[in-house]
Design a protein around this ligand. Structure first.
Ligand code: GLY
Ligand code: MN
Ligand code: MN
Length: 441
């Protein structure tokens, strides 16, 4: 709770004088008729207050008050009222009274008072910090209130004259993880790593991709992580070449590899791990060669993760290793310089080397400053995920066709370089083969 308060104060301090910020919670989304998708709180809203319910709003103000010379900070929450009937059907609500105490807010109101109170709160501020376009219901309400303020009789009320996007401020804060956030991400990584091991140990020909998906989700849930951080990818054989494959309904065949890209969400934070292993437990010679190449590229990329370096340097290191390997194996031809200049590796490695990781799997935070790649700094968390994907009908020696491999880890940038949060998830060939030899039922 102290951390949420500190974040709100930091945002209030960064906002221009006499500003207000309005941040809506996420909405429930209909799945069918009267059932909804599992609720997930909006990442920005969660970051600022941790309140876990839908139909809530956070309002922050640093209004200059005539009675006080200095700015005063105000945190206000609107949330659903306690209601025995609704709570009988849908579950407990925290309610404004308890929310004010538990979430250390200055004020908390019933959602029923939102329109009226928000109009009063908006009045007299010079600037409104708001994420326009992020939530259409919020856009509608906020813009109608602004109009009401502008139309007030005899200019008795003052509408903020500028709307400033609050996201860049929050994105920059979210990019740097605190010790508390790192601790959660470390645990999310640990649980996810265990889930990958569970899937490896239970993998065998004759099962289906969805059986492995079930093993992953079982391990997540048994460790208190109720949801995956994104749609789990379990792609066997050539399905591994579909980058965001989530169909996960094909049989696991002897001789194929299976690519699993899955991570749990814990207290809002994502892990994002990919491992690729043989259905049978033993890599074929061709699979081994391509796998070692991806692993070598990942090691070269890791070596570039340190303060001052950029994603470009990380990517260049991986791409250089992959390209040299692909030329040596005959999957590319011509000189290294020519292949790099023409980016011919893109035929087999067509996605980026990694991304920021945090509350969102593809987390917020700018990748560039003034058009230049931004340097890494301690506290950033990112993924490194090289891969090779040879289409089943690629014009190459048949031994390579239909092989898809990705290896993805989650790294915290430190003063010295990096700390690999997912290092305990097996990825060396010998480690994987030995783990898979100890099959579990
Ligand atoms: N799981 C999506 C990604 O690796 O970026
Ligand atoms: Mn991934
Ligand atoms: Mn990723």
């Amino acid at each position: 709770m102290k951390e949420f308060c500190t974040r709100r104060q930091r945002l209030l301090d960064m906002m221009q004088d006499n500003s207000i910020c309005i941040m809506p919670a996420a909405n429930l989304v209909t799945r069918s008729r009267d059932t909804e998708y599992a609720f997930r709180q909006d990442s920005y809203f969660h970051y600022l207050c941790g309140f876990p319910e839908p139909q809530a709003w956070l309002v922050l103000s640093n209004q200059r008050r005539s009675s006080a010379r200095s700015k005063t900070s105000l945190s206000v929450l609107f949330c659903l009222d306690n209601d025995p009937t609704a709570e009988l059907w849908q579950g407990k609500r925290i309610g404004p009274l308890q929310a004010k105490k538990s979430f250390e807010l200055n004020l908390a109101f019933s959602l029923d008072e939102l329109d009226e109170q928000l109009l009063t709160l908006l009045d007299g501020h010079d600037h409104l910090y708001f994420a326009q376009g992020h939530n259409s219901e919020a856009d509608e309400l906020v813009f109608s209130l602004l109009e009401a303020l502008r139309d007030a009789p005899k200019q008795s009320m003052q509408a903020p004259s500028s709307i400033i996007d609050v996201r860049p401020l929050l994105d920059e804060m979210r990019l740097f993880k605190s010790a508390a956030e790192v601790a959660i991400m470390r645990r999310a990584a640990e649980i996810s790593g265990q889930a990958h091991q569970r899937a490896m140990q239970r993998c065998r020909a004759g099962l289906n991709e969805y059986h492995l998906e079930a093993q992953l989700h079982y391990e997540f849930a048994m460790n208190g992580a109720k949801h995956p951080a994104y749609g789990s990818i379990v792609g066997s054989g050539a399905n591994a070449c579909i980058l965001h494959y989530t169909q996960n309904d094909q049989p696991l065949n002897d001789g194929d590899l299976v690519l699993i890209d899955a991570g749990c969400e814990l207290q809002g934070y994502a892990a994002d791990i990919t491992r690729t292993f043989p259905v049978s437990g033993r890599f074929s010679p061709a699979q081994k060669i391509l796998y070692e190449l991806v692993l070598e590229a990942q090691q070269a990329a890791f070596a570039q993760v340190k303060p001052g370096n950029t994603f470009k340097q990380v990517s260049d290191a991986a791409v250089s290793v992959l390209t040299q390997g692909l030329i040596k194996l005959g999957l590319l031809s011509g000189s290294l310089a020519f292949n790099l200049q023409k980016q011919l590796y893109r035929e087999y490695f067509m996605h980026g080397i990694g991304h920021w990781l945090g509350l969102d799997v593809h987390d917020v935070g700018s990748y560039k400053f003034a058009g230049e790649d931004r340097p890494f700094e301690p506290g950033m968390v990112l993924t490194i995920e090289p891969g090779l994907y040879v289409a089943h009908d690629a014009d190459v020696d048949t031994q390579w066709q239909g092989i898809g491999i990705r290896i993805e880890d989650n790294l915290l940038v430190t003063e010295q370089g990096y700390d690999n949060l997912t290092k305990d998830t097996p990825k060396r060939i010998a480690e994987i083969e030995s783990l898979m030899a100890q099959q579990s039922v």
